[in-house]
Ligand binder design. Structure first.
Ligand code: ADP
Ligand code: MG
Ligand code: ZN
Length: 587
C-alpha cells in the first residue's frame, strides 16, 4: 500500500516563536532533534513527527491522525521540552498515567500527573511543582480540568495535548463525557497551542473531533494507517478456542499476544482453558479486582510470552512492542475498534497476526445488544451502520487490508499479506440458495405471520426433523427441505453473508431474520448474488447447488404446490408478487 503524505488543512493565524530553553532547566532542549537524541536516544524522527513537532513548537494548533504505535507521544513530549513552560497532556488513561510519568522521569524529564486517584496532599505537591516552574510535563485527567483551571492560569503552559482525542466523539466507541469540556482550552488559553491526537479517524469522527474541540484552524496531519507487518485473517468460527490454540502453537509459540472476548465470563473461561493447555494466559476485565488487574497488566508488560485474555477494557495506551498476535474470539462492534485493537500487534515492525473468528451467532447477538441497549433511534442506527461495515469486512472476497484502508479513506492495491490475498476465496453464484432462503422467510411471514431466528430457518431448509418443526407444523411448509442439498453449516454461512450484503436483517427483541427492500430484486430473479465458498463445504453439494436440483418425489410434489402458490400470489396485487424460484430450478 502506498503511503500518504501529510495533508495540511489550514495554517493557524497565530504562530508565536519558540523560546530557547533556560540553562537551569534539566530536560529542556534547544532543538527537537537534540531532545530526540539526548533524552530518548533515538536517531531520527519517524514519518511526519518532525513537521508536526516544528508546527507545535512554532505555536500552531495541530490534529494528528496516526495509527497505534505510530509514535504520537513524541509529537507533544518533545515540544514540551523545547517550548517555555509546562506541556499539559489530557489523557483518559488514568490507570496508565503513573507508568507514563515513571517512564518520563527515568529519561530525566520532570513529569507529574493529577487525577482523582490521588490524595489531596499528593495533588498539592504536584501543584507546588507546577507553580514553581519545575515541571516539563503534567498529565491531567479530563475530569480534573474544571478544578485545575485557576492553577493552570497561574503557570506558564507550553502546550495542551489532547491524547485519544476521539473520546470526544459521541458516536464513537470510546466516548468520555468529560472530553466535551475541552472546548474551554481554546477559549481560555487562545495563545497556547493545542494538539489533538488519535489513532481513530474515519472522516466522520475526524470532523466531529475538530468541531467539538474547536480546532478549525488547526493543521491536520494524516499518516498512512497501513501496518504492513500485520497479517489480517478472518475465519468462520467453528471451535474458536481450539482454532486459537492451533494458531498459538503453530505460529506463535511462547509469544506475547492479546485475545479479545466480548464478555467477562468468556474472558475468564478462555483464560482458564488456555492455562489448562499449558499457555501462560491471564484474564483482564473491568470486573476483576483492581489489584489483580494491575498485577496481570504488569506481568503482560514486563514478562515475555504472556497471553492476555481481555475485554476491550484492555489495551488503550498499552505500549508493548513485541505483541505477536491479536485474536478476536467475538465480532468487534466496529471497524474502528477492530483496527485499534489489532494495531496493538507488532509495534516493533516484526511479522504479526491479527486473527478474528466470527459466526452467525455473533451477528445475531450484536444486533440484539444494539436493540436492547441504551440510546435513541439515531444512536442505534449509527451502531448498526458500524456493525454492518464490520460484517462487510468479514465477508469480503477482496483484500482485507485494501478494504480496511478504504474505510479510513485510503486507496491501496491488494496487499499480499492477508488471508484473502494469500488464499483467494472462490465465489459462486448463490442466487438460487439465496432465493430459497428468502422465499422461506417470505412464506412464513405471509402465510403464517411468523418470523424466526437463523437456526430454525436453517432447520426448515435442510428438512431437519426436530420437535419444534413438528409442533409448528413446519414440515408441511412448501419450502421444508428444499435446501437439503447443502449442509446446515453452509446455510448458516449463507445467512451471514446475506446479512453482510444487506439482503437480510435481524429484527426485534428475539433477533428474528427478516428480508430487506433490497432482497425483492433477488426473489424476482433480477439480481445475482455472489457468495464466497467457505472452509470445507463438501464440493459435491456445492456443485449440485449450482446446477439442477436432484429432487425426490416428496420434494417434487412440494415444488408443484409451490408453483401453484406462485401462480396464486402473482395475481395478488396489493403486495409485490415474489417469485419463489427462478424457472431454471423448477424445470
Ligand atoms: P502511539 O501513541 O502513536 O500509539 P507511541 O507514542 O506509544 O505510539 O510510540 C510507539 C513506540 O514507538 C514507542 O515505543 C516509542 O518509543 C517508539 N518511537 C516513537 N517515535 C520513534 C522514533 N522517532 N524513533 C524510534 N522509536 C520511536
Ligand atoms: Mg498513544
Ligand atoms: Zn490483502
Amino acid at each position: 500500500a502506498e503511503r500518504r503524505g501529510s495533508r495540511v488543512a489550514r495554517a493557524s493565524s497565530r504562530p508565536s516563536p519558540a523560546r530557547a530553553p533556560g540553562i537551569a532547566a534539566t530536560a529542556k532542549a534547544a532543538t527537537p532533534l537534540e531532545a530526540l537524541t539526548r533524552v530518548w536516544g533515538y536517531d531520527a524522527f519517524r514519518g511526519e513527527q518532525a513537521q508536526i513537532i516544528d508546527d507545535i513548537v512554532a505555536g500552531r494548533d495541530t490534529v494528528v491522525l496516526m495509527p497505534t504505535g505510530g509514535g504520537k507521544s513524541l509529537c507533544y513530549q518533545i515540544p514540551s521540552l523545547v517550548r517555555e513552560g509546562t506541556g499539559v497532556v489530557i489523557s483518559p488513561l488514568i490507570a496508565l498515567m503513573h507508568d507514563q510519568v515513571d517512564a518520563l522521569e527515568q529519561l530525566g524529564v520532570r513529569a507529574a500527573y493529577l487525577n482523582s486517584t490521588q490524595s489531596i496532599d499528593e495533588r498539592r505537591a504536584v501543584e507546588q511543582r507546577l507553580l514553581a516552574g519545575e515541571l516539563d510535563m503534567l498529565y491531567l485527567a479530563p475530569e480534573r480540568l474544571p478544578v485545575a483551571q485557576g492553577l493552570l492560569d497561574a503557570a506558564p503552559i507550553a502546550l495542551f495535548a489532547i491524547d485519544e482525542a476521539h473520546c470526544v466523539s459521541q458516536w464513537g466507541h470510546d466516548f468520555r463525557p468529560d472530553y466535551l469540556q475541552l472546548q474551554v482550552l481554546g477559549e481560555r488559553w487562545p495563545d497556547v497551542p493545542r494538539v489533538a491526537l488519535t489513532a481513530t479517524a474515519t472522516a466522520e469522527t475526524r470532523a466531529e473531533m475538530i468541531e467539538r474541540l474547536g480546532l478549525h484552524d488547526a493543521r491536520v496531519y494524516v499518516s498512512s494507517f497501513d501496518r504492513p507487518n500485520i497479517q489480517y485473517r478472518i475465519a468462520p468460527k467453528q471451535d474458536a478456542k481450539a482454532q486459537l490454540l492451533r494458531i498459538i502453537r503453530d505460529e506463535h509459540p511462547g509469544a506475547a499476544g492479546i485475545v479479545y472476548c466480548l464478555s467477562r465470563k468468556s474472558v475468564e473461561g478462555t483464560a482458564a482453558w488456555l492455562q489448562a493447555q499449558g499457555i501462560d494466559a491471564l484474564p483482564y476485565h473491568a470486573g476483576l479486582d483492581a489489584r489483580l488487574r494491575a498485577a496481570n497488566q504488569q506481568r503482560f508488560l514486563r514478562e515475555d510470552g504472556v497471553v492476555m485474555v481481555a475485554t476491550i477494557a484492555f489495551g488503550m495506551g498499552i505500549d508493548k512492542p513485541d505483541v505477536r498476535f491479536v485474536a478476536h474470539l467475538d465480532l468487534p462492534k466496529s471497524v474502528e475498534g477492530y483496527y485499534q485493537e489489532t494495531g496493538r500487534a507488532g509495534r516493533d515492525g516484526e511479522p504479526s497476526t491479527a486473527w478474528l473468528a466470527y459466526g452467525l451467532q455473533d451477528v445475531v447477538q450484536q444486533r440484539r445488544m444494539i436493540a436492547d441497549g441504551e440510546g435513541d433511534a439515531q444512536r442505534k442506527r449509527n451502531q448498526t451502520l458500524h456493525l454492518d461495515a464490520m460484517l462487510a469486512l468479514c465477508e469480503t472476497v477482496e483484500c482485507r487490508r485494501q478494504q480496511l484502508l478504504a474505510y479510513f479513506g485510503e486507496q491501496s492495491t491488494p496487499c499480499g499479506n492477508c488471508d484473502t490475498c494469500l488464499t483467494p476465496p472462490e465465489s459462486y453464484d448463490g442466487t438460487v440458495p439465496a432465493q430459497k432462503l428468502l422465499s422461506t422467510i417470505v412464506r412464513l411471514q405471509r402465510e403464517r405471520r411468523q418470523a424466526f431466528g437463523a437456526g430454525h430457518l436453517v432447520d426448515i431448509l435442510v428438512g431437519a426433523d426436530t420437535e419444534r418443526i413438528r409442533t409448528q407444523g413446519h414440515d408441511r411448509l412448501a419450502t421444508y427441505g428444499i435446501g437439503s442439498d447443502l449442509p446446515a453449516a453452509q446455510w448458516r454461512g449463507i445467512v451471514r453473508q446475506l446479512l453482510a450484503q444487506g439482503l437480510l436483517k435481524v429484527q426485534g427483541e428475539y433477533g428474528v431474520i427478516a428480508i430487506t427492500d433490497a432482497s425483492a430484486a433477488v426473489l424476482a430473479g433480477e439480481r445475482e448474488v455472489r457468495l464466497r465458498h467457505e472452509a470445507k463445504a463438501p464440493a459435491k453439494a456445492q456443485r449440485r447447488s449450482e446446477s439442477t436440483l436432484q429432487l425426490d418425489d416428496v420434494q417434487q410434489s412440494r415444488f408443484q404446490s409451490l408453483r401453484a402458490w406462485r401462480a396464486a400470489t402473482a395475481k395478488e396485487q396489493a403486495v409485490p408478487a415474489y417469485v419463489v424460484f427462478n424457472d431454471k430450478t423448477l424445470a
